[in-house]
Write a protein that binds this ligand. Sequence first.
Ligand SMILES: Nc1ncnc2c1ncn2[C@@H]1O[C@H](COP(=O)(O)OP(=O)(O)OP(=O)(O)O)[C@@H](O)[C@H]1O
Ligand SMILES: [Mg+2]
Length: 503
Amino acid sequence: MEQKTILSVKGINKSYPGTKALTDVHFDLRQGEVHALIGENGAGKSTLMNIVGGVIKPDSGQIMLNCKEVKFHSPKDAQDAGIGFVHQEIALCPHMTVAENIYMGRIKGNILSMLDFSELNRKAGEILSLFKTGITPQTIVRKLTVADQQVVEIVKALSLDCKILVLDEPTSSLTESETEALFVTIANLKARGISILYISHKMSEIFRICDSITILRDGHFIDSLKVKEISPEIVISKMVGRNITNLYPPKSTKVTEKIIEVRNLTRKGVFNNISFEISKGEILGIAGLVGSKRTEVARAVCGIDQVDSGEVHFEGEKVHFKSYRDAIKRGIAYLTEDRKIEGLFLNLSIKKNITASCLEKVSKFKIINAGAEKNWANSFSEKLRIKLYNVNQKASSLSGGNQQKIVIAKWLSINPKLIFMDEPTRGIDVGAKSEIHDMLRKLSDEGIGIVIISSELPEIIGMCDRVIVMSEGRITGVLDAKDLSEEHIMTYAASSQEHGFAG
Ligand SMILES: Nc1ncnc2c1ncn2[C@@H]1O[C@H](COP(=O)(O)OP(=O)(O)OP(=O)(O)O)[C@@H](O)[C@H]1O
Ligand SMILES: [Mg+2]
């Protein structure tokens, strides 16, 4: 039986200066379905959802809720109409507790205007327990990991008792078990007749949990399809407008001299006895479950955090980086997993962001040469195919995936000899992903050492020539390209024993 249409958007147009974000877009959402919205970075997915969620107003078009036209003037209007929203970027108040964040704007005091905090904490605890994380309602948000903050965002939307829930890339920083918990929650909501709009670049998720898909390309509606009637290949080709055959470039053919050797690095209580080396021409992967301390190892090698013991030899010389600045001077870059906090200056222009780490390249006598700055930024924007209007635009005006590309451009700008990339393609669409992968292979062939930390096993397997697997702060296995498989990696990732390691 065809379920009834609960939300219908028609003829939506939205322009920004220099960009037509949406052109005459339409789609229908039925009651109790999980409906995916997909498209490349900058296709207009978040813009469309922001219109449905009352965050921005369309230039024209209609939103019909239960066959009646609605006009939202604020997110509150949409909320009152039963639309819950988990945004692509986390937007919690860092200094408030989890419970306060969840019920913010809806907290009512009693007659004496006293807040019943214990009631608030109890209610928040109830929904949080669905996710089986260690998050307590009383925790101050800034003390949580990005993954846990994302859980709080989701719990906040769930607490609204909505009829339609919009999830914009909700799993981009969730751990495996939190993703599973979210999928169980989605199934429960669906069973209760709640409709879900689901944005993701992960095809496997879409084919697992969604009932139908609407595809956008360059702000245009391309198609709406039932998931059980199509394949990922069809979806990808409709989304990018061409066939993508080779998802990953060929593996390394020539390994030459050693770039870095890390020996028995230990940071007490965090990681232990970490040893590995990287040579020119190879891409090293670090795999492991979220929380296995892969990021911490990268940060320590780059001088961001200090270690208790162990040695790092870089280009044949023992080094001790007192700060990240020291490492950058030697040509070591670290691309952070959290672009919003550590990677990007959202309020600055694209060109300022790209040149932030290589100012000497665009200045003379300490004065920035505006022309050089612009050319530099333009050349990287073209190389990475960043979808922009011009490089003077603020970084905040780019779509999420294109912001991630800016972070990559920024670190490539310093001409690194070694680059650690922590979840480099998070939030990046399939087409752009394969471009970035090709580019990484090319850089590696040119002699730049590349380390990829990724939770996406296909990416690790497709890209790396050697992989170290970590679990609970230790290396539990080392795999050569020929031995790479999801099963092997997962066995080591779930293990707490060391299985010996090669260099
Ligand atoms: N405030 C803004 N000012 C100018 N342009 C904007 C603004 N917000 C979005 N855009 C542009 O509108 C287009 C659509 O962006 P949107 O964020 O909707 O893409 P998306 O499909 O969500 O991409 P992603 O997968 O990268 O998140 C992009 O070209 C983007 O740069
Ligand atoms: Mg988006």
